[in-house]
Design a protein around this ligand. Structure first.
Ligand SMILES: Nc1nc2c(ncn2[C@@H]2O[C@H](COP(=O)(O)OP(=O)(O)O)[C@@H](O)[C@H]2O)c(=O)[nH]1
Ligand SMILES: [Mg+2]
Length: 317
């Protein structure tokens, strides 16, 4: 969950729900009353109430999702050969879960998306075109990292993406890499007019993957500045990009932050696929937690203590 409940015992007796950097609820009790008999119990009850109400409170303080951020069907990837999956619609299990409001914590989650790639390939402009619908011709290097929040509604369920814009410069790489952890999607950006930036994509992926679980991350390879490229040059680099995207199992897109071509479609696809993965993971989790499930223990594995002892002794050799 992205909110936290904090209890500041030292300064005063304040119980607060913190959402991102904002405190949205704070219950304050004068310091003396903490010493009163039974106060600990009252605090525990207050704590439980705040925890239970936190999701509702958070949803009520957030502005409603923008009308142009509503996703009702799975957006398509333009290049079928380079799509993560070519299904026309959301997974039937996901659709049913959304209809029956069985999406668990997905509606309160913020999924982390990191955007990596060489310096000046157009990462910041790509994010700004989608989030602010602006384009700045003047180059301003990103220092370390920056992030934007985008809220969506997918199949009637609220869903948020946190887009982390990282610096491509070598001297900031170390700072930026500390923010790679916990990404659900990685967007590797290259400039379609700069073949070297495409060759460096593999290294960016390797760096980002050091901090993440390859089995649960969605990958996107995005060529930017399509407006600057000639058709002949573009088709040549696109062939290499599609080949690479197949090798690294990424979905390939070509966009232009200047003209806005394919930018919205691309981020909608990122949001939709990340959402789908989240709901499927949630369904799997809740399925494995069903009350009444029988857990079978194999008779061969009953002597667990002996196994761990053996492992321990090997380890110390
Ligand atoms: N023509 C064109 N220029 C772009 C595009 N995207 C970015 N740029 C320019 O490329 C430069 C670097 O962009 P920026 O987003 O700051 O790169 P970053 O270092 O990867 O974040 C800036 O001068 C932008 O104006 C695009 O789609 N088309
Ligand atoms: Mg930047």
């Amino acid at each position: 969950m992205f909110y936290s409940v904090k209890f500041f015992k030292k300064s005063s007796s304040t119980l607060s729900v913190v959402f991102g950097y904002r405190c949205i609820v704070a219950i304050h009790v004068p310091k003396n009353s903490v010493k009163e008999k039974g106060c600990g119990k009252r605090y525990r009850i207050a704590c439980l109430c705040v925890c239970a109400l936190a999701p509702t409170l958070i949803m009520s303080v957030l502005p409603p999702v923008r009308k142009d951020r509503i996703i009702i069907k799975l957006p398509k990837c333009p290049g079928k050969g380079a799509a993560l999956h070519t299904k026309d619609a959301f997974h039937p299990k996901v659709k049913t879960a959304c209809q029956e409001q069985r999406t668990g914590t997905v509606g309160f989650k913020i999924s982390k998306v990191i955007v990596v790639g060489d310096v000046a390939v157009g990462k910041t402009c790509l994010i700004n075109r989608f989030c602010k619908d602006t384009f700045d011709k003047n180059y301003k290097a990103t220092i370390g990292v920056d992030f934007e929040m985008e809220r969506f509604e997918v199949l009637g369920v609220p869903f948020s993406l946190q887009l982390w814009d990282t610096a491509g410069q070598e001297r900031f790489k170390c700072i930026a890499s500390t923010y790679y952890r916990g990404a659900q999607a990685i967007i590797i950006v290259f400039d379609v007019n700069d073949v070297a930036s495409l060759y460096h994509a593999r290294q960016w992926l390797e760096d980002a993957m050091k901090e993440n679980d390859p089995s649960s991350v969605l990958l996107f390879l995005v060529g930017t500045k399509k407006d600057l490229s000639s058709p002949a040059m573009f088709s040549q680099i696109e062939q290499d990009a599609i080949k690479l995207s197949e090798e690294i199992r990424a979905e390939y897109w070509a966009v232009s932050a200047l003209s806005g071509e394919s930018v919205k479609e691309f981020f909608f696809r990122v949001a939709a696929l990340t959402f789908e993965a989240n709901v499927l993971a949630e369904l799997e989790k809740s399925g494995s937690r069903r009350i009444g499930d029988v857990v079978r223990i194999n008779s061969n594995s009953c002597n667990l203590y002996a196994t761990s002892q053996k492992k321990q002794s090997n380890c110390c050799q």
